[in-house]
Design a binder for this molecule. Structure first.
Ligand SMILES: Nc1nc2c(ncn2[C@@H]2O[C@H](COP(=O)(O)OP(=O)(O)OP(=O)(O)O)[C@@H](O)[C@H]2O)c(=O)[nH]1
Ligand SMILES: [Mg+2]
Length: 389
């Protein structure tokens, strides 16, 4: 008798009931998570546990199809949040800092080990000089910075070597501010930008990125494929045209002046704000090529008064001090009005900006920090130095 009663009690015991309940809850979970998408969602989503339960509850009411759809929707939700977090000044500062890693590692880490716990004496200044020179700061900018630091150390009676890093940062910002002058567009319908530089400096890529900057400012843009020298050049520019949804004027004639002339007239007729003209890469040492580009400039000027409004020289940061000699020759031939310094993301020679500021202080309009469409930044001295230290 007792045995019989025991069996009945055991059968309906609360412990067994709760196990049964748990399994009942688990079952629908298994169904949802059996699709690969649903499996991924809870992992990626930072949603609290409550949300997970909601996901598992939904399939009960809806068909497996809608259940899958809903989990996809939930999966999509965190994306804009990430975007929001990454946008704005902090995202920009982050990207710049990341891009300048190589220069920063070279300059800043060497400086930290130089100053920590050291005495301020002549050998410290000598070591500082070596670090600056090997970071492509150049002789005249290095001498200028060292003299300014020495003067401040004397004036402020500084004894702590650690403070010199702060002084260097301050003097560097002062120096780089000399070339901080973002491009201000005049209303000219069209405003003409002629892009020049040596082979492979990044002219075409910079045009693609620059177009995006102008489009974001609600300006209309037309691109002139003025590099008629290289067969693939027009194709490369057309890809950037498609990316930006902007028209690229090109010709098969082979005369760069004629292409740019056409583009300017077309922009006038269509009331387009900006024409950006690409040109073939050329070495500043090849006189006939420099003569050719001065001719292009003259033709642009005949076609549209005051144009080209901007002659943008694109320099590859990897070339270090050689960028200064390129700048000198292009400037003598054309009168360079602005610079774009590219590939700062792949070099430890970011100090070349200081050399430009000291030796050829021409406005540095933009810096290139990668190959993507958003990787061109308006140059700002403070932000640049902040990213270096
Ligand atoms: N990492 C990095 N690569 C860049 C940057 N700018 C351009 N490049 C790359 O540099 C290479 C040459 O760029 P182009 O834009 O074709 O250079 P270009 O001056 O037009 O070259 P030519 O027309 O042959 O004279 C390409 O592979 C680009 O993706 C940059 O800021 N960072
Ligand atoms: Mg090109």
């Amino acid at each position: 008798m007792f045995e019989f009663l025991k069996k009945i009690i055991k059968k309906d015991s609360p412990a067994k009931k709760s196990v049964a309940k748990k399994e009942a809850i688990k079952k629908p979970q298994k169904k949802v998570t059996s699709t690969p998408k649903a499996k991924i969602v809870p992992k990626k989503s930072s949603a609290p546990k409550k949300k997970k339960l909601l996901q598992t509850e939904q399939p009960k009411k809806s068909s497996p199809r809608t259940a899958q759809k809903k989990t996809v929707e939930i999966k999509k939700q965190p994306a804009p949040l990430k975007e929001e977090k990454k946008s704005g000044f902090f995202a920009f500062a982050d990207k710049l800092k990341k891009s300048l890693t190589k220069t920063r590692e070279k300059l800043s880490s060497e400086l930290t080990s130089l100053f920590t716990g050291k005495k301020i004496d002549e050998s410290l200044f000598e070591e500082l000089e070596t670090i600056l020179l090997t970071s492509d700061v150049g002789i005249s900018a290095t001498t200028y910075l060292l003299d300014s630091i020495r003067a401040s150390v004397k004036k402020k009676n500084i004894e702590d070597a650690d403070l010199i890093k702060g002084l260097l940062k301050e003097k560097l910002i002062e120096l780089l501010t000399l070339i901080e002058a973002p491009l201000v567009l005049k209303i000219s319908s069209p405003y003409v930008i002629m892009v020049v530089g040596v082979n492979g400096a990044g002219k075409t890529t910079t045009i693609g990125k620059l177009t995006k900057i102008f489009l974001d400012e609600k300006k209309s843009v037309l691109i002139a494929a003025g590099d008629t020298f290289r067969a693939a050049a027009t194709e490369q520019l057309e890809i950037w045209g498609v990316r930006n949804n902007v028209h690229v004027v090109s010709q098969t004639s082979g005369d760069p002046s004629a292409v740019i002339f056409d583009a300017i007239n077309s922009a006038k007729a269509k009331n387009i704000d900006i024409v950006i003209a690409d040109t073939a890469g050329r070495l500043p040492t090849q006189k006939h090529l420099i003569d050719e580009i001065t001719k292009i400039k003259r033709v642009i000027n005949k076609c549209h008064a005051e144009a080209p409004h901007e002659i943008l020289l694109v320099l590859d940061a990897n070339t270090g001090q050689n960028a200064i000699s390129q700048l000198k020759i292009f400037n003598e031939a054309l009168g360079i009005t602005g610079l774009a310094l590219t590939k700062l993301d792949g070099t430890a020679k970011g100090g070349v900006i200081a050399a430009i500021a000291k030796e050829q202080p021409i406005p540095l309009r933009y810096i290139g920090v990668g190959e993507s469409i958003d990787d061109l930044k308006v140059f700002n001295a403070q932000e640049y130095v902040d990213a270096l230290f």
